[in-house]
Design a protein around this ligand. Structure first.
Ligand code: AP5
Ligand code: MG
Length: 219
């Protein structure tokens, strides 16, 4: 079963993708991580992308579609995958359909995790993550803090915050989500693929609802 996560910034796309990956073996494709890898390579494209991401704006559709197609070409498509953060606008949804047609595969479910703008802002300001294994923590939530201040529980590497986790960039990201990404909800609803999940509960509660919606066992 292949899945798309559509959600506002900080709704938990990365958190729940990572749980589904470790519990059920899904391959995780995060559009943001694909871009951050490009930034880390310090290529001319990476430098251009970094400036756009820092402002909280969207990367050009052609670039995005090429990066995602190349990622999908590099994975074992017999293993279910999750697309986290792609598509995020109608044009990208259409381009994804062309990619899937070329690869002769389908997406089965689109999980829409819903949270308010205020909840997202609180989460963004508390988020830190591991630059090596990408594990995500939150300093504002006692259940999501690392065991040793600022060090990854798994890698012992220093945790960092993202360049776009500032209030101004978050507001831009949220506004773009409202104007560009929200139309995807109706688009996938009409295709009968949409599942809406309330993202305001605890990680455990939200994850349980996601798992239920996928019809797999959570034990
Ligand atoms: P991307 O990296 O995808 O950022 P985003 O969509 O803004 O989402 P986030 O990664 O911020 O949040 P998340 O939903 O993954 O939440 P997380 O699990 O971390 O994209 C970054 C940028 O890349 C974009 O702004 C754009 O510039 C570019 N880009 C990406 N895709 C693109 C595309 N398709 N087209 C064009 N440009 C694109 O959780 C957040 C925090 O909350 C964490 O600290 C976590 O611990 C905590 N948390 C999670 N769940 C809970 C809970 N239930 N209760 C309390 N805290 C929780
Ligand atoms: Mg993320």
């Amino acid at each position: 079963m292949n899945i798309i996560f559509v959600a506002p910034p900080a709704a938990g796309k990365g958190t729940y993708s990572s749980l589904l990956k470790s519990k059920y073996g899904f391959t995780h494709i995060s559009a943001g991580d694909v871009l951050r890898e490009e930034v880390n390579k310090k290529t001319p494209l990476g430098e251009e992308v970094n400036e756009i991401m820092e402002r909280g704006e969207m990367i050009n559709d052609d670039i995005m579609c090429k990066l995602i197609e190349s990622k999908l070409n590099s994975i074992d498509l017999n293993i279910p995958f999750m697309l986290d953060g792609f598509p995020r606008k109608l044009n990208q949804a259409k381009c994804l359909e062309e990619i899937l047609e070329r690869l002769k595969i389908n997406v089965d479910k689109v999980i829409f995790i819903n949270i308010s703008k205020e909840t997202g802002l609180k989460r963004i300001l508390g988020r830190i993550s591991c630059p090596v294994c990408k594990r995500i923590y939150n300093l504002e939530n006692p259940n999501l803090t690392p065991k040793n201040a600022n060090l990854c529980d798994d890698c012992n590497v220093e945790l960092t915050s993202r360049v776009d986790d500032k209030e101004e960039a978050y507001i831009t990201r949220y506004d773009i989500y409202m104007s560009e990404t929200l139309p995807l909800i109706d688009y996938y609803k009409e295709k009968g693929k949409l599942v809406e999940i309330d993202g305001s509960g605890t990680v455990e509660e939200v994850f349980e609802n996601i798992v239920k919606s996928l019809g797999v066992k959570n034990d």
